[in-house]
Design a protein. Structure first.
Length: 251
């Protein structure tokens, strides 16, 4: 994996691995590997650049890579805050074990456990592994809720779903997820954002003109560089259209 240095504004990238390892470098000077069960929470704010690569030792012996990176839009008050990178070890994230399930609380609260991960708005993000025949409830504590199926087969209200499905639920519904085989999925959701967002390439903002400024800043090399990684990704050509306005809360 070789994702060259590239910019972000107005969002947090949330990287979580099931298998493998990625070396993260950013314009704050961070150099850190992420491994399964750990969490990288990078907040772009007014602007950050980073790269993501397979570490040198794994290039020699080979490895698998399996994980999810989610983009979480920042609240309006945090859109232009100073950039930040926070790494959480696996032991820092609460885990619920028993009754055929292992639930790791990445962010927010669920099933009586609360993560210490700081977020810009009220939300939850949870890794759930369940044995065949076990079930997990998803209570209607937040207006927006979804699950993303990672492995195995699950059933909800008689409907069966395979890996790679994003299931979005109506507010207020009581949901129970039943594992038809050994399965894994992400639970996610939260409160609606404070207004629509525009998206262009790696940039997110509540203001279209702010995205235009970010495009010019990257083109004119006004973002801080990534120490130890001197490659460069130019702006996409031809330029895609700005998408929006849309409410973009979760992955």
């Amino acid at each position: 994996m070789d994702v060259r240095p590239h910019p972000h504004i107005g969002l947090s990238t949330v990287t979580y691995l099931f298998d493998g390892e990625i070396m993260h470098r950013d314009s704050l000077g961070t150099v850190l590997a992420i491994r399964p069960g750990e969490l990288n929470w990078m907040t772009a704010g007014r602007g950050i650049a980073h790269s993501e690569r397979t570490p040198p030792e794994l290039r020699v012996r080979g490895s698998k890579l399996f994980g999810i990176q989610s983009w979480v839009a920042l609240s309006r008050r945090d859109e232009e805050k100073a950039p930040d990178f926070t790494h959480y070890d696996a032991k820092d994230l609460p885990v619920i074990d028993g009754e055929g399930k292992t639930v790791r609380i990445i962010a927010g609260s669920l099933l009586g456990k609360t993560s210490t991960v700081k977020t810009s708005s009220a939300m939850f993000y949870v890794d759930v592994a369940v044995a065949e025949g076990a079930s997990v409830p998803l209570d209607p504590d937040h207006e927006e809720r979804a699950i993303y199926t990672v492995e195995g087969e699950i059933q909800i209200s008689g409907d069966t779903f395979q890996p790679g499905a994003l299931l979005v639920f109506r507010p207020g519904d009581h949901i129970t997820i039943l594992a038809k085989s050994q399965a894994r999925f992400m639970m996610l959701g939260g409160e609606p954002l404070d207004g629509p967002r525009y998206i262009w390439w790696n940039f997110v903002s509540s203001r279209r003109e702010r995205i235009d400024q970010a495009k010019a800043d990257w083109k004119q090399v006004r973002f801080d560089s990534v120490p130890g990684d001197n490659e460069f990704i130019p702006l996409p050509e031809p330029e895609p259209e700005v998408v929006g306005p849309k409410v973009v809360n979760y992955p």
